[in-house]
Write a protein that binds this ligand. Structure first.
Ligand code: URA
Length: 443
């Protein structure tokens, strides 16, 4: 296998066969192909596209770059969920403990921040001490004991995605259906699930900006899941405006804790409960997704889901004291207020999730190079959301950062992300459509 040949073939618009793709992925995973050549290949494939057979071969090669777990000895129907990426998307942090609290085991392998979007791993690691690098043995043991385990790709499980994901994050090669589908499905199929729920985000802050593109992604993901005999359901949900009010790693953990303790966070809880209901149905403990949604709500109301989150953090070495008093964390920087301009009068119509996501990266919540470390406490809190009235000088958002350079420019970007007019604003439902092997269903 000559990597230069793969790059030039792709650059010139030719399809690669499964043998060539497998050899390339294997060599990159072993470290025999350097990042600079893989970056060139990724950009060539991003620009030229990959056909269905190439997407399937890429997924298979990434899946088999590590072990494929067999959890058939662990009782219960194992169900996971994955999002295609959004801003303020902390749904997994709430949903996984909710579903586990209702008796469905959740083995979850997640990713870090990607481009302008946040990642569950970085959020979990913002809890002091939390380990996301469990061994396969620890992973299986914890799933059996607790019914929930949340880790990242490792050298053992989905190692190709671990490397490619970090490279795509910083090379402008994220928004590509074959890459997203193979990345998600290689780790989900490796983790030992029986069924999978996908949250396919659509809109300004998503990697798929339009409904036709989001539909194509959902169909590709479900097609791969079904090919491997896993029941796979995709929900298409809105991602024009950040989900909830917090964006950033620790800020989102803090908001998730409040959500699990019953705080009113309408858009976040709408998506969380809908997807949790679907998982409980697939997991066989609810007669329908609607009944599952009711059970999920009860797990929040009773405090059972918060208790499972606490158990999870303890089991994975995290400091549970921050869960009980999240607003007393000493390393959170003083907030910087972003206020509405003098001519702002009316209500927030929309908040550009893409601009807010990039601003969060600039505040330190994401990476600009592979070597960057993230600041766990950096991010924003949105004081206003669409539909809420605004007067001149009122706080729109609070920024948290340890960086001192460029803060004025970031604050200006965040201010410009808000559209404020005197028209009545309508906040649409978050869930758009649902897709299964039987086709699309309007929600
Ligand atoms: N989530 C992933 O795991 N990979 C992607 O490429 C996008 C979202």
């Amino acid at each position: 296998m000559n990597p230069v040949h793969c790059i030039t073939q792709k650059r010139d618009g030719h399809a690669l066969d499964a043998d060539a793709l497998t050899a390339l992925i294997d060599a990159y995973t072993r470290g025999d192909v350097p990042d600079y050549q893989m970056s060139a290949f990724l950009m060539a494939a991003f620009l030229q596209g990959m056909n269905e057979a190439e997407t399937a071969a890429l997924t298979d090669a990434m899946l088999h770059s590590g072990v494929v777990l067999d959890l058939s000895d662990t009782p219960g129907t194992k169900v996971d969920k994955h999002s295609t990426g959004g801003v303020g998307d902390k749904v997994s942090l709430l949903l996984a403990p909710i579903v586990a609290a209702c008796g469905v085991p959740v083995p979850m392998i997640s990713g870090r921040g990607l481009g302008h979007s946040g990642g569950t791993l970085d959020k979990l690691e913002s809890i002091p001490g939390f380990r996301t690098d469990l061994t396969v043995h620890e992973y299986q043991a914890q799933l059996t004991d607790l019914g929930l385990v949340m880790i990242g790709q490792t050298d053992e499980i989905a190692p190709a995605d671990r490397k490619l994901y970090a490279l795509r994050d910083v090379t402008g090669t994220v928004e590509c259906i074959p890459f997203i589908a193979s990345s998600i499905m290689s780790k989900k199929l490796a983790e030992g699930i029986d069924a999978l729920v996908l949250d396919v985000k659509c809109g300004r802050g998503a990697f798929m900006k339009t409904e036709p593109d989001a539909r194509r992604l959902a169909e590709t993901l479900v097609g791969i899941g079904e090919r491997f005999g896993k029941r796979t359901v995709a929900w298409m949900t809105r991602m024009d405006v950040p989900l909830g009010r917090a964006v950033g790693n620790w800020p989102e953990v803090e908001e998730s804790i409040r959500g699990l303790r019953g705080a009113e966070i309408p858009d976040l809880m709408e998506v969380t409960l809908a997807l949790a209901g679907e998982m409980l149905h697939l997991g066989g403990v609810a007669d329908s997704p609607e009944a599952g949604q009711q059970q999920a709500q009860e797990a929040v109301d009773s405090g059972a889901a918060f208790d499972v989150l606490t158990d999870l953090v303890e089991a994975q070495g995290g400091d549970v004291s921050v869960l009980h008093a999240p607003d007393t964390r000493p390393d959170v920087p003083e907030p910087i207020d972003v206020v509405a301009p003098d001519d702002a009068e009316g209500a927030v119509q929309t908040i550009d999730a893409l601009a807010i996501g990039y601003a969060a990266v600039d505040l330190g919540a994401g990476r600009r190079t592979k070597e960057d470390t993230v600041d766990p406490t950096a991010g924003h809190s949105l004081a206003k959301k669409p539909g809420e009235a605004v007067a001149p000088g009122e706080v729109l958002a609070r920024l948290y950062t340890h960086r001192t350079d460029d803060v004025d420019r970031i604050a200006e970007d965040v201010r410009a992300a808000f559209t404020i007019t005197d028209e009545a604003s309508v906040v649409p439902p978050m869930c758009i459509d649902r897709y299964t092997a039987d086709g699309w269903q309007k929600l």
